[in-house]
Ligand binder design. Structure first.
Ligand code: FE6
Length: 613
């Protein structure tokens, strides 16, 4: 049916309800009406392009496929015009009607389930058009279908309860939506404001968007194109644009998947880890798109916390703008995306580590801390992450690293555990007393230089069914070595350890002959099951309870050492001086272990000892 006279219709009850909700629940994000209308326009253009393939007789076939936005701040209007497929009179009416029966019902239901604050829901069921009424006194939709048979029409409404349709002459193909803005929304008639909104949400729409005659979107949605037609420079330019970055990306992963979800993703690792440079904690910044339209620029649960250094884009058609963090269904959808993308990125890193060793090691030096965080905290990805960790060790050269897998290949037949030591740097670990027993037995020890390593190793617990063991812990049992020449006898050693224990009293749990010392006179081993020296230091720094409790250490002595042999002689002849020496030996061992809290008593004691030299 077609008629030249205006016809007035009542909105159906459901549409009224819908309008009411859209206007009253999304008012905090009014600006998204631009995104919704641009997205509709883009869909209409996409459909036209498809139609052009199969149909010959297309109205206004010479028109450019584009979106024109014009603002008029005097008249307080904004107009969005497209050259897409357009709507016939019947479609104008029907689009409302269809929505009333399918989309709006679902929409209302989703809103009721707690999605009320989520502006993305409205696009999902094709009800995005109604967001115009958040800012509109009145809306006019001029439209001319690609089917040339009937004239154009204009649909108009003030959103209060009814709409009118009448014929409109002189229309080009497509739709033109004219919004007369409410007084308090007159901002949306300003050129710069709309420019900002279009750049934010619609930067990657494939059709030209012109704002007041000037092209706004110039960057392509690179993630949807095929890899072999994209040059490195294109990727870099895209990265800089999308991440507001000035560096070149260090690594990139461009991939797509169809199952279990349709995903097109383009992920970047920046050059530098800014957290390491002392900047504030990074925010999730891989943006979520649905068919080139921004859904969320900082979706919190799209990736695990430890991947917060990634930049880029994830686009999924399966979202249909439906990502409310509030509903269970949507949480599950995001979780699924998270799983797929994280697994894929881990696989990518594994390949990098294997095929481009130097680049991987450089990446690791900068961003390894995030992998450690993941290995310690993210139980689902722990195994893959542990494989990606790299450490120096007693067998690597300074500056070169090993994986735990490579460590395992070097383990001897009877080595059951993986040993590690935490300390400030290589020199400190190599010159400290802990390593020598392992060296003497050809046992490799992993070197950890970062304070978090203690925590990471403790949480990782094991690799390839081998326990990760702190080499400075009292429980470490090492094999017997051949008895060295010139050591104190077993009997004398017993006497000496008893004397030292008596001299030191409660300062040590136990004093015994060591099976892990070769050169050093003594070492302190941590005898506290619950607190490592590193943890203790951290707690002290944070002034936590328990940090002031006396340390629990065992003192292990080396019966071969000249110091011990001399002490054995002195303990019989000058017990007072021997006691001072025993105390000094403990303090020295505590210093090596990083466990000496207060050096003041030591200074006084040393002066006393120096008197007798
Ligand atoms: C959304 C108006 C009902 C086309 N082009 C554009 N928008 C479209 C369509 N919509 N539906 C089809 C819509 C309106 C009413 C729905 Br009334 F714009 N730009 Cl072909």
């Amino acid at each position: 049916m077609s008629t030249a006279t205006p016809q007035k219709f009542e909105f159906q009850a459901e549409i009224k309800q819908l309008l009411d909700i859209v206007i009253h629940s999304l008012y905090t994000e009014k600006e998204i009406f631009v995104r919704e209308l641009v997205s509709n326009a883009s869909d209409a253009l996409e459909k036209l392009r498809h139609t052009q393939i199969t149909e010959k007789d297309i109205f206004d076939d010479k028109l450019e496929l584009e979106i024109n936005v014009t603002t008029d701040d005097k008249a307080k209007t904004i107009t969005l015009q497209d050259t897409g497929i357009g709507m016939t009179r019947a479609e104008l009416v029907e689009n409302l009607g269809t929505i009333a029966h399918s989309g709006s019902k679902q929409f209302l239901k989703a809103m009721g389930e707690g999605g009320a604050k989520n502006s993305n829901l409205i696009g999902q069921f094709g009800v995005g058009f109604y967001s115009a009424f958040m800012v509109a006194k009145s809306v006019k939709v001029y439209s001319h279908s690609w089917r040339g048979a009937e004239p154009g029409h204009v649909w108009s409404s003030d959103g209060s309860g009814s709409y009118e349709i009448e014929e409109a002459d002189g229309q080009h193909r497509g739709s033109k939506i004219v919004i007369e803005l409410k007084d308090d929304c007159a901002d949306y008639a300003s050129d710069w404001k709309i420019k900002e909104i279009v750049e934010r949400y619609s930067a990657f729409v494939s059709f030209p968007i012109n704002l007041n005659g000037k092209r706004v979107n110039t960057v392509q949605a690179l993630w949807l194109r095929s890899k072999n037609e994209i040059k490195d420079e294109d990727y870099t330019e895209f990265y800089k644009f999308q991440s507001h970055a000035h560096d070149d990306p260090r690594l990139r992963l461009h991939f797509s998947a169809d199952a279990p979800l349709s995903i097109n993703a383009l992920l970047f690792v920046p050059k530098d880890n800014t957290e390491k440079l002392g900047f504030s904690r990074l925010e999730a910044s891989v943006a979520l798109y649905c068919r080139k339209v921004l859904i969320d620029s900082k979706p919190k649960d799209l990736l695990p916390e430890w991947l917060r250094f990634l930049k880029g884009v994830v686009d999924s058609e399966d979202l249909p703008l439906n990502i409310s963090r509030e509903t269970m269904q949507d949480k599950a959808l995001i979780a699924k995306l998270n799983t797929v993308i994280t697994k894929r990125f881990l696989k990518f890193l594994e390949e990098e580590a294997k095929n481009r060793v130097d680049a991987y090691n450089e990446f690791y030096a900068e961003f390894g801390i995030f992998l450690k965080e993941g290995a310690a905290m993210d139980y689902t990805h722990k195994d893959s992450l542990v494989k990606l960790l790299r450490f120096e060790s007693s067998l690597t050269e300074k500056g070169k690293t090993t994986s735990l897998a490579d460590y395992v290949t070097r383990m001897g037949a009877d080595q059951k555990e993986i040993y590690y030591l935490v300390g400030p740097n290589r020199a400190a670990l190599e010159s400290g007393p802990y390593l020598e027993g392992f060296k003497a037995r050809n046992l490799e020890v992993i070197f950890c230089y970062e304070p978090v390593d203690e925590y990471v190793m403790g949480n990782v617990r094991e690799f390839d069914s081998k326990k990760l063991t702190a080499a400075d812990h009292a429980d470490v049992k090492l094999s017997d070595l051949p008895k060295p020449e010139g050591a104190l006898s077993e009997d004398d050693t017993k006497k000496l350890t008893a004397f030292i224990k008596e001299s030191l009293g409660a300062r040590v749990e136990e004093v015994k002959a060591s099976d892990r010392l070769v050169d050093s006179p003594a070492l302190a081993v941590n005898a506290d099951k619950f607190m490592s020296p590193q943890m203790r230091r951290m707690m002290k720094a944070m002034k936590k309870d328990g940090a002031d409790e006396p340390v629990k250490v065992n003192l292990e002595i080396n019966p071969r050492s000249a110091v011990m042999k001399r002490l054995f002689e002195t303990h019989a002849t000058a017990p007072d001086r021997a006691k001072l020496v025993a105390e000094q030996i403990l303090d020295n061992a505590l210093i090596s272990a990083g466990l000496l809290d207060d050096a003041t008593p030591m200074v006084a004691r040393l002066y006393k000892l120096l008197e007798s030299v």
